[in-house]
Design a protein around this ligand. Sequence first.
Ligand code: NAD
Ligand code: UGA
Length: 471
Amino acid sequence: MVKICCIGAGYVGGPTMAVIALKCPSVEVVVVDLNQKRIDAWNSDTLPIYEPGLDDVVKQCRGKNLFFSTKVDESVMEADIVFVSVNTPTKTTGLGAGKAADLTYWESAARMIARVSKSSKIVVEKSTVPVKTAEAIEKILTHNNKSEIQFQILSNPEFLAEGTAIEDLFHPDRVLIGGRETPEGQKAVQALKDVYAQWVPEDKILTTNLWSAELSKLAANAFLAQRISSVNAMSALCEATGANVAQVSYAVGKDSRIGPKFLNGSVGFGGSCFQKDILNLVYICECNGLPEVAEYWKQVIKINDYQKSRFVNRVVASMFNTVSKKKIAILGFAFKKDTGDTRETPAIDVCQGLLGDNADLSIYDPQVTEDQIKMDLTSKKFDWDHPLHLRPMSDTTTLEKVRVVKDAYEAAKDSHGVCILTEWDEFKTLDYQKIYEGMQKPAFIFDGRNVVDANKLREIGFIVYSIGKPL
Ligand code: NAD
Ligand code: UGA
């Protein structure tokens, strides 16, 4: 029986390993983490992350060939293949602060693997890492290796998106495996290929050298984010000219060279990875003497920041240039629908912007807890190398001005305006007549996700602002 151990039981490690366990009944999978609370949750009925379909997959395999544990050393020691799926956030201090990836967790995992291993292992980079990380990891593993055991490093970046993780893992567009171009390296590539081949068609399993695999992950996220910034840049021009961004996206996406996906105008992209991975790419370009290329990719983030502050400015300007002491309902706080994840959600910047103008916020999200929202709104945001438009206020003032409520109607009651910041399906079918009746007049709706039918709402009496659409 092949034994797999995955270090890091997060958004990637948990779902990915659960699907491997489900699809490969002859493989034993142990997911380990230092965080006892997280492991306890994986072993309970309330999993630590919300992801459609995940409960079912975990229930089918947990206790059979899928285990969650804090016995990190022991599980790594026994494994043939060790996935490393730890977090790789942006560095906040020191060399490269604000851009470079912080590989502290990765390095400590690598040192631990070297320390506890008594047999040869394949070590798989699952985390998103800077190109050439495998070389650094190889050095750590080989220089700390006191016996004759061999380590083969593979790069196997993950492309799943949150909210559709299980579907993405069941039917990936591709699985990418990079390895050394030596006989031992190719043998390791084949061993990992054999795991995925249990459910992924062979022609979708791509093999490359290590550096191409590492860089392809950063490139894919940069291309995806670039599409959103492109469409969001167009949304500003649409608003200035009377064009409709949905019609422009549709017309542009009909070109088969461009394609229709990922062209929805929004209040801005969020999530733990797009910004972090582009900043990482920018840093790598700068370190390789390519300032023009770095500058090009930086623009993707600058437009995203512009879109968020543009939204705040629109809210304040529309409401007679002040939201001071006005109640504003925030519908949706997660960075996208079908997840409870709030990392880098545009809602943080929008809420902080409105709080900066002294608004009173009433926030509702079906999957995000009150504690999480309050923590996000009071944590200091790390400043990367551009001027911040939106400044947080003191923690006590923030907490006094923020209420987290249990449904959209309660959030909207007595408010002057409603901001839709996440595209949860339930926001499409709310009783907007009822919401209108309970609001102060004029009643405003600012649709940051273009999910409501603006014309219908105008018939009710709302003043509606949608991203990139005529007023
Ligand atoms: P996460 O923060 O949810 O999970 C990482 C886990 O690793 C944490 O639970 C942490 O406690 C654990 N950990 C850290 N150091 C450890 C150590 N030395 N030993 C044991 N456990 C340790 O992160 P995530 O969202 O799962 O992302 C992981 C990686 O995957 C990142 O590099 C990210 O860029 C990449 N990625 C994420 C997504 C996504 O949708 N979230 C998608 C593709 C790729
Ligand atoms: C993204 C990528 O889609 C995954 O392929 C990748 O593996 C992952 O990052 C990662 O490396 O972490 P994720 O961030 O989970 O996945 O979600 P997306 O669906 O990509 O959405 C990201 C953000 O862009 C969300 O805030 C979403 O609302 C926004 N978005 C998306 C738009 O504003 N417009 C669109 O057309 C699409």
